[in-house]
Design a protein around this ligand. Structure first.
Ligand SMILES: C[S@@+](CC[C@H](N)C(=O)[O-])C[C@H]1O[C@@H](n2cnc3c(N)ncnc32)[C@H](O)[C@@H]1O
Length: 194
């Protein structure tokens, strides 16, 4: 198992991404991009044949974004909200016509969906470092996420601890937990159903 992680880090790891993550640790909450194992686990609940709108919160270097784009239906739109402008520039350079990238806080979901004239979305996939964000802002993000999901839609989030489990439980109708050991650090994955 440890060998898998080491092999993955050698083959896919971009040193420049890590330097940036370390420099901005207060907003990124990590020093390494998510592993392919964590990404696979995070997006596993998505029905890609049916999904037409997906929101991604905190896409950062785009490792989750690229995986979503690889699986998405040609008519599916991916709406990314990222605070860091350098990441926004890199994500926009992916040049996929299904991608809409906004230099915006995750709390702006309602305004951005209104601008795009989208009523509700199928999935919200979040890499936000919730444990580092103020409690009221986390609550605001979770409530808005739920309000903007279609009935039965999912909010998918990973976290290195269970720090925000208690915040998700009362907001969503169910919260399922999984765990990925093959990530640095290992991470919990939440599947929250509206
Ligand atoms: C841990 S990085 C995630 C990078 C990548 N998705 C991954 O899984 O490796 C978290 C990202 O969330 C962004 N972020 C933090 N707070 C945010 C907020 N309130 N709204 C939007 N993006 C935010 C940071 O700039 C950072 O790029």
């Amino acid at each position: 198992m440890a060998k898998d992680v080491a092999g993955y880090m050698r083959s896919k790891f971009k040193f420049s991404d890590s330097i940036k993550l370390i420099k901005n640790i207060k907003t990124t909450g990590t020093v390494t991009p998510s592993s392919k194992f964590l990404i696979r686990n995070l997006i596993a609940p998505i029905d890609f044949a049916a999904a037409r709108y997906i929101v991604e919160l905190g896409p950062g270097n785009g490792c989750v974004t690229r995986s979503l784009l690889r699986h998405m239906h040609p008519d599916c739109v991916l709406i990314c909200l990222e605070l860091d402008n350098e990441f926004v520039v890199k994500l926009s350079a992916l040049g996929d016509s299904r991608l809409r990238v906004y230099n915006a806080c995750a709390t702006s979901i309602p305004q951005i969906l209104e601008e795009l004239q989208v009523d509700c979305v199928d999935y919200i996939v979040s890499s936000l470092p919730l444990a580092l964000i103020d409690d009221e802002v986390v609550h605001d993000i979770l409530v808005q996420a739920k309000a903007n999901l279609r009935l039965g839609g999912r909010f998918l989030q990973y976290q290195y601890s269970l720090a925000n489990y208690a915040d998700m439980k009362p907001v969503f109708s169910s919260v399922k937990l999984d765990f990925t050991i093959r990530n640095l650090p290992p991470a919990f994955v939440y599947e929250c159903v509206k």
